[in-house]
Design a protein around this ligand. Structure first.
Ligand code: PLP
Length: 391
């Protein structure tokens, strides 16, 4: 009687959400807990944002519906920000404001796929919701494995898994959950393979560049502009992390004039968003974008947490990578059993997520977007875990 797939989705929360809800219950009871589950930014929202929102709340005409694609002024500001960051020449005609990166991704995936033989490939490790979005669009989710413990791309696998049915490849840079920043050289290599495949199969294969963490990079790492290196790129962006506004749902889809099928893509995105009722992003947050002041959240806390945790964990004998961006850290379960490690941690009040659902079996993911005190307190709990593992 009801849609079985959606029912199952609603009944079984993601492991991240499951642990996050558990942490909230403990905190409500006053039980101390170090919650490293969810990517909720801890850096304060810039004051210009709150000022603009307060002004917007009290202004006339701010709360009305806007054009489906967003107000012209807000789209122009978003375009200018995108061009300033990537040194590109996008026009506001290629921008649609959305309810965040998740809505952007859903709209794009739905537009690019039509039948259950259509495939969307995804670089591993990946944000688990990609699988939900792709399967909900009725298409096939195709994970591309990573080559080594530095989470780089397995190019042989990419070469063999991009088929005649592939409509797009999702790249998330910087990456959730690994903190990896794919370099220009890596993107050029991927672009070369995709260009060969487009020519061979005689149809476009898009890159969906999911960029909600694009401003959060460490140690002077340089984030390449994928749209510059590959013509058929569709950007999905969100202000969730850059302005510490994840609950407010504002972001955009962007395509450049160079992308093939520009007009049809743009119309398709509007249609896809319309089909699920996402017509016009929240007006108050469009007003905020219209009044943008070029100050993002202060991301320094993420870099210092990353340093505290990677150094501390390595000293304790754990194996982990050195993230170059975003605010996550992957740690190897010493015996390869990530679910057991997450469960052992839970018993001592440390909430960390098994990364199997991110396509990285044997790892746990830590969200390092917490306060410095929580980062330090969690290290104390990792000390207990290290003892249990005899490290
Ligand atoms: N893509 C990635 C890689 C994410 O980590 C997230 C959120 O954590 C999203 C998309 C969704 O972003 P938004 O909150 O803007 O919908």
């Amino acid at each position: 009687m009801l849609n079985k797939n959606l029912l199952a989705l609603g009944k079984h929360r993601s492991e991240i959400r499951e642990l996050f809800e558990y942490g909230k219950t403990l905190a409500e009871k006053g039980i101390p807990v170090c919650d490293l589950t969810l990517g909720n930014p801890s850096a304060p929202t810039p004051t210009w944002v709150t000022d603009a929102l307060l002004k917007g709340i009290n202004s006339e005409n701010v709360h009305a519906y806007t054009s489906a694609q967003g107000s012209q002024k807000a789209r122009q500001v978003a375009t200018d920000l995108l061009n300033a960051y990537h040194k590109t020449h996008f026009s506001s005609e290629g921008i649609i404001l959305t309810c965040g990166a998740a809505a952007s991704l859903c709209g794009v995936i739905k537009t690019l796929t039509e039948s259950d033989t259509d495939e969307i490939a995804v670089l591993t490790p990946y944000f688990p919701e990609y699988k939900v979005f792709i399967e909900n669009a009725g298409a096939k989710f195709v994970p591309i494995p990573f080559a080594t413990s530095d989470f780089s791309v397995d190019y042989n696998a990419l070469e063999s898994l991009i088929t005649e049915n592939t409509k797009a490849l999702i790249i998330n840079n910087p990456n959730n959950p690994s903190g990896k920043v794919y370099t220009s050289q890596e993107i050029e290599f991927i672009a070369k393979i995709l260009n060969e495949k487009q020519n061979k199969f005689n149809h476009p294969i898009f890159i969906i560049s999911d960029e909600p963490y694009r401003e959060i990079v460490f140690d002077g790492a340089k984030l390449p502009c994928i749209a510059d290196l590959y013509k058929n790129t569709i950007i999905c962006y969100s202000f969730s992390k850059s302005l510490s506004l994840p609950g407010e749902r504002i972001g955009y889809i962007a395509i450049s004039d160079d992308v093939c099928l520009f007009n049809d893509l743009y119309a398709g995105f509007l249609g896809a968003l319309r089909s699920v009722g996402y017509v016009c992003a929240p007006s108050l947050f469009q007003y905020m974008i219209e009044n943008f002041e070029p100050v993002f959240s202060d991301f320094s806390v993420y870099e210092s947490n990353k340093n505290i945790l990677t150094k501390g964990l390595l000293n304790l004998g754990f194996t982990c990578n050195e993230p170059k961006g975003a605010f996550y850290l992957m740690v190897k379960a010493p015996d390869g059993n990530s679910k057991k490690m997450s469960e052992m941690a839970k018993q001592i009040g440390l909430l960390i997520v098994p990364a199997d659902s991110f396509g990285a079996n044997g790892y746990v993911r830590l969200a390092t977007c917490v306060s410095p005190d929580t980062a330090k307190a969690s290290l104390e709990l990792f000390k207990l875990l290290a003892k249990e593992y005899n490290l």
